[in-house]
Design a binder for this molecule. Structure first.
Ligand SMILES: [Cu+2]
Length: 67
């Protein structure tokens, strides 16, 4: 399953790394692609192990609340 989240606070490579590393650690997440150009985080995940709500909560925790 793919979730595309808008994260306005992503503005540089550092943000991209922080967001990518945090989300990638979640069990069930198979791929993460973040962009400071589009301010989007695309997350490929196994819905049996994780859901969009948990991904959103993780983004909030590291200081990048999704819109
Ligand atoms: Cu940044």
């Amino acid at each position: 399953m793919l979730a595309t989240l808008k994260v306005p606070r992503i503005h540089c490579d550092g943000c991209v790394n922080t967001v990518t590393n945090a989300v990638r650690k979640l069990p069930g997440v198979t791929a993460v692609e973040a962009s400071e150009v589009t301010k989007e985080v695309k997350v490929q995940f196994d819905p049996a192990q994780v859901n969009e709500q948990k991904i959103r909560a993780t983004l909030n925790l590291v200081g990048y609340p999704p819109a």
